[in-house]
Design a protein around this ligand. Structure first.
Ligand code: AP5
Ligand code: MG
Length: 219
């Protein structure tokens, strides 16, 4: 079971590519941005706490996002696990053949938009120790700044994300430069960083990432 971080600036294509990779390689996809938007949409206490922070384009507190990841590590799901649970239930009800239940799948996990500060990296290491996991690789999707801005502006025309507006986009990129970029150096030092050119079409970046992912999953 591998743990792979997909890293990149806002608009680099983390969400787009993580979804494609999760489908192709049966990974569990954990996106802190999606988890937080879900909390906001559900109007939970946590959602109410983070809504304004996200609308401004600030980073949410480290404790909050690490807490979400900790919970997701215990409950994260994908199709493999759903199928296995269904099989287990059918066997428990005496439906199906008498073959023993196959071993529970241990899907690999792809982290999208997390960690985003050096503090989060350190907290993740501590969490992994507790959960007996280890970080395998960090894949950074590299995209020039003007292309990032262009992509988010394009999406702003059609999306209903409340942080896709001129002022917030600028601030999200500032937050990235000051607080998230140092994460790259953190992982470069440990030799786990792989950088992939993400400036081209979605399919071009995807085929580069698939090659890297195949290698990571086999090694
Ligand atoms: P989050 O949801 O993580 O947003 P983000 O990373 O800032 O930005 P995006 O989701 O826009 O970028 P992406 O790289 O996923 O690109 P995408 O695939 O969508 O975070 C939102 C907020 O939540 C943060 O600001 C913060 O407040 C909070 N938060 C989340 N995680 C946190 C954490 N760990 N710590 C603290 N706070 C946290 O693509 C963008 C657009 O480009 C799409 O329209 C897509 O279709 C298009 N596109 C993608 N690839 C290409 C391509 N190759 N060519 C052309 N267009 C493309
Ligand atoms: Mg995203």
């Amino acid at each position: 079971m591998k743990n792979i971080i997909l890293f990149g600036a806002p608009g680099a294509g983390k969400g787009t590519q993580a979804k494609l990779l999760a489908e192709k390689f049966d990974l569990i996809h954990l996106s802190t941005g999606e988890m937080l938007r879900h909390e906001v949409a559900q109007g939970t206490a946590l959602g109410q706490r983070v809504k304004d922070i996200m609308d401004r384009g600030d980073l949410v507190g480290d404790d909050i996002v690490v807490g979400l990841i900790a919970k997701a590590l215990d409950h994260g799901r994908n199709e493999l696990l759903d199928e296995w649970d269904e099989l287990r239930l059918r066997r428990a009800c005496g439906i199906g053949d008498n073959d023993p239940l196959p071993e529970k799948p241990q899907p690999s996990i792809i982290y999208d938009g997390f960690p985003r500060t050096v503090q989060q990296c350190q907290m993740l290491e501590f969490l992994f120790q507790k959960k007996q996991r280890r970080l395998d690789r960090v894949i950074s999707i590299d995209v020039p700044q003007e292309e990032l801005v262009h992509r988010i502006h394009e999406r702003a025309l059609v999306s209903n994300r409340s942080d896709d507006n001129e002022e917030t986009i600028r601030h999200r990129l500032e937050e990235y430069e000051s607080k998230t970029r140092p994460v790259l150096d953190y992982y470069k030092v440990s030799g786990r960083l792989i950088t992939v050119d993400g400036s081209g079409e979605i399919s071009e970046t995807n085929s580069r990432l698939c090659k890297v992912m195949e290698w990571i999953l086999q090694n």
